[in-house]
Structures are given as C-alpha cells and as structure tokens.
Design a protein around this ligand. Sequence first.
Ligand code: ADP
Ligand code: MG
Length: 234
Amino acid sequence: IEELLRRSEKLNTVGQLAAGVAHEIRNPLTTLRGFLQLQQQTRQVKPDHLDLMLSELDRINLIVSEFLILAKPQAIHFQERDVRIIMGDVISFLDSQAHLHGIEFQLNFALESTYVHCEENQLKQVFINLLKNAIEAMPEGGNVWIELTRPTGDVVRIDIRDEGEGIPKDLMPHLGEPFITSKETGTGLGLMVSQRIIQGHRGTMEIESEEGIGTKVSIVLPVVQKNTSDTSEK
Ligand code: ADP
Ligand code: MG
C-alpha cells in the first residue's frame, strides 16, 4: 500500500508538472514562431533575432532536460555507494567552473567510508543542483562549505553552505514548487527535482537562508550499516 501511495503521489506530481512544463515551453515557442514569421515576411535575418532565438531554444532544452530527470521511469538501480566519493566526483567536475567565478570549495569530510543506498547519478544531480545554486548566489565570488558528518550511526548529513545573497523571503514558502525562480534564465526546477530525489532515497532536505548572509542546505540520508568488526571483507 505504501508503495502504491508513493506511486500515485509521483504520478500526480508528474501530471501537475507536465501542465507546468507545457506552459513554460509555450512561451519561448511563441517567441520563436514570431521571429521566424518576421523573417519569412521580411526575407531578412537579423543577428540580434538569431541570438534571441537561440537563447529561447536553450531555455526549452534546459526545461525539458530537468523535467526528464523526474519523469524518467523509476526503474532505477539502487546500489551501495560511498557518499564521500560521489561528492568528490561532483566537486572535481565543478571545481574549474567555480574557480572561474572566484569561488572556493571548503571541504570537511571528517568521516570514514559512508555507504548509502542510492542511484548514484541522481545523487550527483542533487549535489550539482545545490552547488550551482551556491555558485550562482555569489556573482562576486566567495566560499562554499561542504561538510559531511555523522550526527548518529544511522545517518549521514551533508551540509552545503554559501555566503551568497540568500533566498528572497517571499520565495521561501514556495521552495520545492516548480518554476519558482528569481533568476532571469532560471528554470525553478532544481530544488524541486532535488527534493524529490532525496525523498526517493528516504532522506530529508532542509533549507535555511538569510538575505545578505547566505544559504545552507542540509540533507540527511540513511546509511548502509556495514559490519565493521568483520575485517576479512574489504
Ligand atoms: P533556479 O536555480 O533555476 O532558479 P532552483 O530550484 O535551483 O531554480 O532555485 C529556485 C530559487 O531559489 C532560485 O531562483 C533562487 O532564488 C533560490 N535559491 C536556491 N538556492 C539558493 C542559494 N544557494 N542562494 C540564494 N538563492 C537560492
Ligand atoms: Mg538552480
């Protein structure tokens, strides 16, 4: 029953989302059509218009790809993975981009191998979404602290904290809803997708933020209990 319930919730969300996605895609499509029609009538192509058309296409592409992550059939493959390694991969992937923006990642991984039952690519997606938000919140550069801790034996806690502009107060109650964005080219899907993925991993995600001070996102995930007294197993 619990599984059925979860599935129907998921369908519901995807249904609502599909309506939202359709709406969000129609706007750039309308713009694209307008420009094409203009070019057909005037028989000339303006470079400015081409730029606009390309950016509208990019926008559609971004919305669709973020949506696909959620809408993908959930026949996903859960495996035991070391969360330190997953985070490490994501950090090395984003490091050069962060440096370009004057951003330093400050790491505190003070724990041993910590295995979580997860779909690795989904967790990576969450970490990427959150780190990108942190980077985007600090246009002048700054620090992002990434901390992994074990508050209890059963869970691992992942804190991602930035010293950026903070989340506008009026957005706070709506985080996790689709298309909530304060950015000109934002999709407002990153946090919602992340929240859904963490829920799918039986974890929790909390966001604290203060305008002008920064933002902290905390994820708590259940860990796989390894029998550490058994040293014969690697
Ligand atoms: P997007 O990044 O496409 O706008 P998200 O779902 O990732 O969509 O984030 C939604 C909104 O939440 C952002 O537009 C921004 O206003 C706010 N936000 C999220 N993370 C942060 C952060 N670390 N610092 C400041 N604002 C944030
Ligand atoms: Mg984002």
